[in-house]
Design a protein around this ligand. Structure first.
Ligand code: PMP
Length: 286
């Protein structure tokens, strides 16, 4: 089945979809994105992603080419056309192109580019990786200073994943001034007893949509939540650790820089939060 994608108002076979070579997303990473997961053919936390998208666009003075209602419609139509039961919808909006390369932003009447496509991922929720847990390495965080904006500047996170792969691990946690910021594509947590510790919000990390939901569920389940920085050494001495993201939900972490956490298997708290998250979000899916 040929995948149907969405480009600037049109639904097209992926082989016919086109964007200008002068698009600022392509030339300058001048664009933002969102990834929304699909479970049982429905969108998980669509609202959260739509709100963060507006914020990212605002922070970059970029026009929003589509209303929230229409955006929901496009997501649903792509899920329907591509028969996605479990998978992801990727959305990208860039500042577009006025037909040449220039550091200066194009004229105000330049239309942004909007692209959406689906990724079919059967078995996304029942992932073998979550049963095994992830091994992470630590790397220096050398990204720019506005990581709260979800831009398509993903070269360093991508290099981080490659460094992890080379080291026989699954992912990397980034460290700045001695403290963990976040994973290459997820927020990072440690657990001590009944207390969950994760970095406070700021410009240094992405404000994860999954993070917000998981912390809400944790508090509702009478777990303590502490939003503060932690070091790799503190993480290595913790009872357990995990990450959250829209595409992997709650992912247990079992090893950090070669040091096993607890007995080296996914922790109780992480697995419980994964279960609660999936149950609750399936109920609220649209
Ligand atoms: N941090 C970074 C750097 C990310 O790329 C992501 C995933 N997009 C996250 C955190 C998790 O955010 P969310 O839960 O909204 O997917």
């Amino acid at each position: 089945m040929t995948r149907t994608v969405y480009v600037n108002g049109d639904y097209l076979p992926e082989t016919e979809a086109k964007v200008s070579i002068f698009d600022r997303g392509f030339l300058m990473a001048d664009g933002v994105y969102e990834v929304t997961s699909v479970l049982g053919g429905k969108l998980i936390d669509f609202d959260g992603h739509a709100v963060r998208l507006s914020r990212s666009l605002n922070e970059l003075d970029m026009k929003n080419p589509i209303s929230k209602e229409d955006l929901l419609e496009v997501h649903r139509e792509l899920v329907r056309l591509n028969e996605i039961d479990e998978g992801l919808v990727y959305l990208q909006i860039t500042r577009g192109s006025d037909g040449d390369r220039d550091f200066v932003f194009p004229a105000d009447d330049t239309e942004p580019t909007i692209v959406l496509f689906t990724q079919n991922k059967p078995g996304l929720a029942d992932s073998p990786a979550a049963k095994k847990g992830a091994k992470v390495i630590s790397i220096e965080d050398i990204r720019w200073g506005r990581r709260d904006i979800k831009t398509v500047q993903l070269l360093y996170p991508s290099m981080g994943k490659m460094m992890a792969k080379k080291a026989g691990c699954d992912d990397a946690w980034m460290v700045e001034d001695g403290f963990v910021t976040e994973g290459t594509s997820n927020n990072a947590y440690i657990v001590k007893g009944n207390r969950i510790i994760t970095r406070h919000l700021g410009n240094e990390i992405l404000h994860g949509i999954t993070r917000a939901a998981v912390l809400r569920f944790a508090r509702e389940a009478q777990m303590e939540v502490e939003e503060r920085s932690f070091t790799i050494e503190e993480a290595q001495a913790a009872d357990e650790a995990f990450t959250t993201s829209a595409s992997a939900f709650v992912m247990p972490v079992v090893e950090i820089d070669g040091v096993s956490l607890g007995d080296g298997t996914p922790g109780r708290v992480a697995l419980r939060l994964r279960e609660i998250y999936l149950d609750e979000m399936r109920k609220a899916a649209v």
